[in-house]
Design a protein around this ligand. Sequence first.
Ligand code: WQD
Length: 343
Amino acid sequence: MTLTGNSPKILVTGGAGFIGSHTVVSLVNAGFEPVIVDDFSNSERKALDGLRAILGHDVTCYPVNCNDVVAMEDIFQKEKPVGVIHFAAYKAVGESVAKPLKYYRNNLDSLLLLLELMPAYTVQNFVFSSSCTVYGQPEQLPVTEETPRLPAQSPYGNTKAIGEDIIRDAIHSKIPVKALALRYFNPIGAHPSAQIGELPLGVPANLVPFITQTAAGIRSSLTVYGDDYNTPDGTCVRDYIDVMDLADAHVQALTKLIEAKDSYSYDVINIGTGRGETVLNVIKTFEEATGVTVNYSVGPRRAGDVEQVYADVSKANRVLDWSARRSLAESLRDAWQWQQKLS
Ligand code: WQD
């Protein structure tokens, strides 16, 4: 897809990260011109090489922290985007417990700055990266957007819940912005080209990168955190959403916002597959999809884990005209291809 000079520009903060980089690909495929803002504190510049390999051209990237007021003002002035997708945030649950002020400062200041700059530069469309973590352990499953949020399990999760409230209150004060908060479930997978994917720093906290690193021999064994839950096989249930489907959901959200006639609006939408999968079934599906055995053992439960959470996606289907298309097996195959490329 080649860009015409007048493709509408979209600011993608955290655009060199896992979900951000995949969304950059979807944006170009939909005729937008993404402009990345990323300080590379939790991503690598080689993601830009991967994007060039996929897209056949460079993507504009400002190596800037979203809290840098002067730099952000310059970018808004120069690029005049029609929308912003805000991914940039620290997201390590465990680290957020150890360093809560780092998380509140970074994740909330950047959001407040964007909400001040958008009206000043008539940027009317805003998509916010939120998380199913705001639900905690829902009583009803699948979980709908009407389910009351529970007290966050971590400062990281709290920055997502507070972020949603900040946007809601700003829109309620009639700032001329149309906003959607997308509550992601568990993003997995990689672009089928294996040019971009998840780059966990250090020992992966998340299940799928730990599976692929174990399969690649980087980790000697995977520990399954508990098999005594009240679930089909005793292991936790999650809604694993392919990162390419998640990227497409952002483009759909942006497109619907741009088309909307109202001058300000706010809504939250679950982005998942609508299917719950147990940890053991993810391992089994990985082995069947790749032919690679995963060495694992069952250990004690991990503190803070919820037993089951998966999405009711009827609102995303209706409002965004979007649904997840990729299977768990496809996502795990792509994740494995990416791991082999990394190794
Ligand atoms: C999934 C399941 C673990 C690793 C986190 C964040 C959430 C969101 C997605 C950002 C759980 C089990 C894991 C391992 C295991 N991120 N597991 N062995 O905790 O559902 O969500 O990532 O928004 O905010 O909290 O994802 O991949 O860590 O765990 O058994 O080595 O896999 O117990 O049941 P989680 P996860």
